[in-house]
Every structure is written in C-alpha cells, then in structure tokens.
Design a protein around this ligand. Structure first.
Ligand code: ATP
Length: 313
C-alpha cells in the first residue's frame, strides 16, 4: 500500500490560501504529473504530505499514515524538493552516507544510487562545486537511496542537460513500471507529456483536474482534422457551407476546426470528392493545459497590445 491520500487539505499562510480543500489520491504504478501555474499550491501540497508544514485543516497520508508517523521515512518516501538544500561543504558521498546511516539504509545503496544517477565519478567532490544539474542528480540519488515505494519530485528536470532530461524520463517510467507511486511537478508541458500517465492540476490551491493524461487533452481541446483532397476548392466551399471553419494548411490541405475525421470523410464521399489524406490532429498537453488554466493564473504578464502584434482570432 503506497498510495498518497489527500483529504480536504487546506493550508493558509495569513490571508493566502495556498491549498484549498484539496482531495485527491496519487496511485501506484503510474507517473502522476502535478501541474499548475506559479503559486497554485504544488510545493505546499508536497510539503504538507512530507510533514514539513502543518495543514490548517484536512489530512495527507502515505500508505495510510501521516508522514510524521512513518518509521524510517526515506525507505517509504523519496522526495526532491529543493536540490540546493544539501550542505555544500560535504562531498556527495558523505551527504548520502549521512542520510543512509540515519535511516538504517545499507551502505551498498550509496554506490548503487551514485551509479544510477551518473555521479559515480563526482562522488568525492564537495557539493558546492556542483552545477545545478549535478545537484539535481544528487537530490534524485538521495530520493532513491531508501528504495522507497513512493517518490515525490518537485521540478526534477530543472537544470538538467538534454541527455539528463532523457535519463530522467526513462527513470520516471521505470519507477512507475516497478509499481511505485511517482508524483512529479513540472512547468514543462512538452516534457510532462513524455512521462506522465495521469495528471493532477491545481489552480489557486484548488483541484482543477484529476484525470488520465489522454482524457485531459481530449477534454480541454477542440477536435481538429487535416484533409487534403483531389478538388480542394470544392471541398472547402462545401465545408464552409456546412458551417465548418476551414484554414489553409502549408501543403495544399485544409485544417477543419471542431470536426472529426469521420464527419469530413462522409461529406467528401457524399460530394464525390476524392480524399488524398485525412488526419485527426491531436492537441498538445500544453494547449490543453493553457485552455484550462488561463483563468487560474495568479501571476500573469499584462497582455501585449502593440498594434503591430499579429492577433490570433
Ligand atoms: N511559507 C510561506 N509563507 C507565506 N506564503 C507562502 C509560503 N509558502 C507558499 N506561500 C504562498 O502560497 C501559494 C502557493 O505557493 P506554492 O509554492 O505552493 O505554489 P507552487 O504551485 O509550488 O508554485 P511554483 O510553480 O511557482 O513553484 C503562493 O501564493 C505562495 O506565495
């Protein structure tokens, strides 16, 4: 049992409601992407789950227990919250050794996680000489040290180079395949789309979505179809008559908004227009996310109103 259960969780800092009656479950065996605009309450939620802050009301448990009551916590939850927090005057190996001893974790795990995170050759260096990406890898090494069934990682790809990002993606997928509970916050939508199975989205502390990623994209984006036909002008005219907005594509095709492939295929067949290509265009996670969260953003730049700026219609 390694589920994270969040029940009616609220956290207020003075007059700010950082987390607002949040209820959700983070299930094992999949990667859950934890999304939301700046200040939405993601880090606060993670801190509450880890007992680093006390909720104003509500509960958060891991495997049915509040984190504070978990015995040898590093063996239960591996967390990466602030990769800068490690003591810079220690070497990477000493940092991990300190954590291992205080959680009765066998010393061999230190070498294993140093290998796993690509830090074996830097193990004897002081942490203050580490780059942001290396600190991030060390944070992951610490999270993996106790071989925990639950992992909570706040922006784990922060500072990683492209090779590091690919490595992180594969690591997250592997951890989920092994049956662990993996909660990962990120601002990088394209990145999240490559590793998450499920999404929990917050806006101003409230739950906006708790859904499989595929459903999320479908629910928060419009269907669109790209079609290329033998008689493009006639197809366009017919589609417009039928009430579909049609936009020219780069290579002589049309993009039809708010339509499914079978609808456009049926119209073309009825008119006897040969179809050369017919594809449903999937929206990206980023488009779906922006459609959901535009109104939930606490900190947004003022819109740019220069008359020379092309406006989307
Ligand atoms: N210790 C604190 N004291 C006062 N206010 C806080 C504290 N921690 C967080 N907040 C406030 O709570 C709200 C939620 O912040 P939080 O850091 O949890 O959001 P987030 O979703 O993690 O944001 P980001 O994506 O920017 O990391 C914000 O308005 C923030 O200013």
């Amino acid at each position: 049992m390694s589920r994270i259960d969040i029940e009616d969780l609220t956290k207020e800092y003075g007059r700010t409601r950082a987390v607002d009656q949040l209820t959700c479950r983070i299930e094992p065996g999949r990667v859950t992407g934890f999304l939301g605009p700046n200040g939405a309450g993601k880090s606060t939620t993670m801190r509450l789950v880890l007992g680093l802050d006390r909720p104003t009301s509500g509960t958060a448990t891991v495997g049915g227990r509040p984190y504070a009551m978990v015995h040898e916590p590093l063996r239960t939850v591996g967390a990466l919250l602030d990769a800068q927090a490690a003591n810079g005057s220690r070497t990477a190996r000493d940092h991990l050794r300190f954590l291992a001893v205080s959680n009765r974790i066998p010393a061999r795990r230190i070498d294993e996680v140093l290998q796993d995170t690509g830090l074996a050759t830097a193990a004897g260096r002081r942490i203050r000489t580490f780059s942001l990406g290396m600190r991030q890898r060390l944070g992951i090494a610490a999270a993996l040290l106790g071989d925990p069934p639950v992992l909570m990682l706040d922006e784990p790809t922060n500072g990683l180079d492209p090779e590091g990002i690919v490595w992180m993606r594969q690591l997250l997928r592997r951890l989920a395949r092994e049956g662990r509970t993996v909660l990962v916050s990120s601002h990088l939508m394209n990145e999240t789309a490559t590793f998450a199975d499920h999404l929990v989205v917050l806006g101003r502390g409230r739950l906006l979505a708790d859904t499989p990623m595929r459903d999320f994209i479908e629910q928060h984006s419009q269907a669109r179809v790209r079609v290329r036909a033998g008689d493009p002008a006639r197809l366009r005219a017919t589609l417009i008559t039928e009430g579909y907005p049609v936009v020219a594509d780069d290579d002589g095709g049309w993009v039809v908004e708010g339509a499914r492939a079978e609808q456009i295929g049926a119209i073309a067949a009825r008119e006897g227009i040969p179809v050369l290509e017919l594809v449903e265009l999937r929206a990206s996670l980023e488009q779906a996310y922006l459609a959901l969260t535009t109104d939930e953003t606490e900190f947004a730049a003022a819109p740019h109103t220069s008359p020379t700026t092309p406006q989307e219609v």
